[in-house]
Write a protein that binds this ligand. Structure first.
Ligand code: 9MR
Length: 508
């Protein structure tokens, strides 16, 4: 079965279909630490393309592999966070120095559990085959068997997704045996008149109801996908638009995963709230060390906001610029160090130019209660407005990680109103509530903030940071597989919690 012709390889980061196959270009994409160190390689997976359903023994054959070429077969796409990539079982085969390198991940560690360098003297374009027979994988080059590696759950999970890396052209790719090829699902999901989005749209003043969404789960997990499309009319890419993902190498842009989220949103009539152009985290290593920061910042905004112009409704232009402990109230991050506070003004101007129709937000955490963070935020956005900087609104994240983060709705309302007086819109941008086992309090917190958003005319959207604990950002990722958190309205089994019902009630 031919897996190239008639299948989608055009929405695969770093890849471009050509007359002679799929051209793979290296992205050098990494998961980076907050301080910039490279933690894990993050090669792309063809999420929009074909994957296999495997029910027994199978052989995958491909041609075109040259030195440095890799093809990777994943039991499931990895779940990708900013500082962590959850590897599922996978097999990577590649040509390195005349040998065929086979590496196997077992889904329990970020490192390969088995790596073998097999054969010798391989040169030019090599035809590679991977043959699964029960618990053994045999690898072949140019039709000759070179050796075996363990199966480690790669094939037994029942699905296989394709990824690639290096600089080469994948000239053919086929599979045979007990397999079936499956293409990306239709993005449109069945609506429901009972959903949060239906209720939010039927309010006297309709509001947006949104969630942060991750591309891997969206394509691989049908139940997650169904809820995302059914319940929400706004979508924020959780991580896929951050600089380390979209500009992994200077001047090399990789939009496939983010484009997929935009396509999903558009197919389901959801507004895209894009996140984020300027932050001090989730940056590729090169961006931190570049000496011409201003050029880097402006070029990034032009390219990224330009790419999505017309397809996204809003942007978080500047994320988390506040640090109340500094006398000017600002975080002295890498952009500030290079440009002073002018980086904020420059960023908004560049974003407005690149996408004149997008509504432009500054997004901040910890400014829901009274105190230094709110004071510093208010001072900053007032100054931006007075100076005619093109800022349209403020995102108040509303993360409630600890009991102390629970702000009375009336205090929060006061801040929403204060921003309205400056002519600014507000969105609740990233709400989650770590419950500590207390579902009732969690439900009350979600409902209280939603009610404020419903009632304050300048509050446009109530957004949560994910919707299910299955992939939530408060998961404990120190263990593999990660231990789900308990901060979102759907459990890890995708059952709605009290928080869901309490929100539905506020929207009646
Ligand atoms: O959900 C995001 C998670 O996957 C990342 O590892 C984390 C750290 O960079 O960022 C999370 O999203 C953050 C968002 O981009 C900005 N506000 C705080 C969010 C939650 O930490």
């Amino acid at each position: 079965m031919d897996l190239l012709a008639g299948h989608d390889w055009s929405h695969f980061a770093g890849a471009a279909p050509t007359g002679s196959g799929v051209r793979i270009s290296p992205l050098d994409r990494w998961i980076t630490a907050t301080e910039g160190a490279r933690l894990q390689p993050n090669p792309p997976v063809n999420l929009a393309g074909p994957h296999l359903e495997v029910s027994g023994d199978v052989q995958v054959d491909f041609t075109g592999a040259v030195n440095g070429a890799y093809l990777q077969l994943y039991a499931k796409p990895p779940v990708i966070y900013d500082e962590w990539r959850q590897e599922r079982p996978s097999l990577r085969v590649g040509i390195v120095g005349g040998k065929l390198e086979a590496a196997v991940w077992d889904g329990k560690s970020t490192k390969a559990v088995e790596t073998k360098k097999l054969g010798s003297g391989l040169s030019g374009e090599v035809a590679v085959s991977v043959r699964r027979s029960g618990g053994t994988i045999t690898v072949l080059a140019n039709g000759k068997s070179l050796g075996t590696v363990g199966e480690h759950g790669v094939f037994s999970a029942g699905t296989l997704w394709f990824g690639a890396d290096g600089s080469w052209t994948l000239k053919s790719l086929s599979a045979s045996g007990s397999v079936r090829a499956v293409d990306a699902p239709g993005w449109h999901q069945a609506p429901s008149s009972n959903s949060l989005r239906a209720k939010a749209s039927a309010l006297p003043r309709p509001i947006g109801i949104g969630a942060a969404i991750a591309s891997g789960p969206l394509v691989e997990d049908a139940a997650y996908r169904a809820i995302a499309g059914r319940e929400f009319n706004a979508l924020t890419p959780e991580n896929d638009m951050k600089p380390q993902f979209v500009q992994p190498t200077r001047g090399v842009f990789a939009f496939a995963e983010a484009d997929l989220l935009v396509d999903f949103a558009r197919a389901n009539g959801m507004a895209v709230h894009a996140h984020t152009l300027v932050w001090f985290e989730a940056l590729p290593t090169w961006m931190r060390s570049a000496s011409d920061k201003k050029t880097v910042l402006i070029d990034h905004i032009k390219a990224v906001a330009g790419h999505f112009a017309g397809r996204v409704a809003e942007w978080d232009v500047v994320n988390e610029p506040i640090n109340e402990d500094n006398s000017d109230g600002l975080e002295h991050n890498l952009w500030y160090q290079a440009m002073g506070k002018d980086y904020i003004t420059q960023a908004f101007k560049a974003a407005r130019q690149a996408d004149p129709h997008a509504v432009l937000y500054l997004n901040e955490y910890g400014a829901e209660p009274d105190g230094g963070r709110w004071d510093a935020l208010y001072k900053l956005v007032k100054e931006l407005k007075v100076n005619g900087v093109p800022i349209d609104g403020v995102g108040l994240q509303n993360h409630e990680y600890e009991k102390g983060d629970r702000t009375p709705p009336e205090t929060f309302r006061k801040h929403v109103k204060a921003l309205a007086a400056l002519g600014l819109k507000v969105r609740i941008s990233e709400m989650d509530v770590v419950s500590g086992g207390d579902d009732t309090t969690q439900a009350r917190e979600f409902a209280g903030k939603l009610a404020v958003c419903r009632d304050e005319p300048n509050c446009t959207t109530f957004g949560m940071w994910g919707f299910t604990d299955r992939y939530g950002s408060t998961a404990n990722t120190d263990v593999t597989p990660p231990q789900p958190g308990d901060a979102l309205p759907w459990t890890a089994n995708l059952t709605p919690k009290k928080a869901y019902t309490s929100m539905a009630n506020e929207l009646k």
